[in-house]
Ligand binder design. Structure first.
Ligand SMILES: *Cc1c(COP(=O)(O)O)cnc(C)c1O
Length: 236
């Protein structure tokens, strides 16, 4: 276990400064600075040592894509300042469990899930922070509201009293084609610009960009990148 932590420390020492430099350069190309882009370190698939090393390295936003794993990790004694992000699809029956632990649910991909999360928030007397997932590429394998239906969907989600809608999330196709990536990210940003006018939408966060596409994502306005492999190495 300690060997594992040591290996992750080394990996992060090597990779994190480089990733930050690249984010800073991409942010500069979109007229922003590094502080406008939050790094969510995606620890899914890695042992607990990765979480320990990430926290040591100063990362405070950590992401998981499964509710069970989120529960396991959020219950470990750790740094109280860690914010856990739920970044993967949430089954409706697990909505309450995700809402209880996540500082932000990125993956609100249907009105029915939003309603479940909202019901939890109302029962607890608080509003659950969420992002609405947009399927900007139109790929049938991707979750989220299709771009054309997004304004209507976001409006309905934003009406729910147990939620705070802080922005949007998208997943780009797995491709090295920068043109395709840019179009998907730019389309999501355009949906956000329109959604900002919708009553009840409280933020303009754009969760977009993973290890293979965070640079174009930041250039197109991302405010949160979800990074696993490029920070922690390949998942074992
Ligand atoms: C796994 C995952 C990531 C991180 O992927 P990497 O390619 O390892 O950076 C980001 N977002 C979501 C939704 C994921 O499931």
């Amino acid at each position: 276990m300690h060997d594992r932590v040591a290996a992750y420390r080394l990996t992060l020492r090597e990779r994190l400064p480089r990733v930050r430099e690249r984010i800073a350069a991409a942010a500069a190309r979109s007229g922003r600075d590094l502080s406008s882009v939050r790094v969510v370190a995606v620890t899914k698939g890695h042992p607990p040592g990765a979480v320990e090393a990430a926290v040591e390295a100063g990362l405070r936003d950590l992401g998981e894509n499964r509710v069970e794993e989120l529960e396991r990790r959020a219950s470990l004694p750790g740094d109280a300042a860690v914010r856990w992000h739920m970044i993967g699809h949430v089954q409706r029956r697990k909505a309450g469990r995700a809402a209880r632990l996540a500082a932000l649910v990125h993956s609100v991909d249907s009105l029915r899930l939003a309603e479940r999360l909202s019901r939890f928030g109302e029962a607890k007397g608080r509003r659950v922070p969420v992002l609405v997932q947009v399927n900007a590429s139109g790929e049938p394998t991707k979750g989220g509201f299709p771009a054309a239906a997004a304004p209507d969907g976001i409006g309905r989600v934003a009406e729910l009293r147990g939620l705070r809608v802080l922005g949007l999330m998208t997943m780009a196709p797995f491709t090295g084609d920068e043109g395709v990536l840019r179009r998907v990210f730019a389309k999501t940003r355009a949906v956000m610009e329109a959604a900002a006018e919708i009553s009840g939408v409280e933020g303009c966060e754009l969760s977009m960009g993973m290890s293979n596409d965070y640079r174009p994502a930041v250039e197109e306005g991302s405010t949160m990148v979800r990074l696993g492999t490029c920070l922690l190495g390949a998942r074992p």
